[in-house]
Design a protein. Sequence first.
Length: 153
Amino acid sequence: MPRILAEAFTVTPESIDLNGHVNNQEYVRWMQDIATAHSHEQGWTVARYLETKTTWVIRSHYIEYIRPTFTGDELMVATWVAGMDRQTSPRKYRFVRVRDGKTVVEAETLWVYCDAISGRPIDIPPEVSESFPVVSDESEIQAAIDACLKASG
């Protein structure tokens, strides 16, 4: 159960916009994909959420686009839970270009824990919060990113 999940992937032509670089929407899609994968790694699969009739919904995204990326660029994305409140949890993301180790995007999503039937926010139960350790140590984050970059490079 990784505290920080980091994965590498290659940008495909379908991700490119009219400006010739990765479309901003793609980062949001990749953020949701890795958040879902991290939840799965922590033992919270789609099936488990369906069983408990709970879900996470997005309240807000903050994304800083630092550098453009292009077809063929190998990127690494890392995600971790940055906090856990009564009904919400901020999750952070960092996208790094593998060839030079430069951060290209930093982002944060505020997730709200909800009853899947009513759609209303509910308190995060201990079995959920205990499955998602909060990570705030930058050296731990950087070590996970470096390990993924090394494995990808």
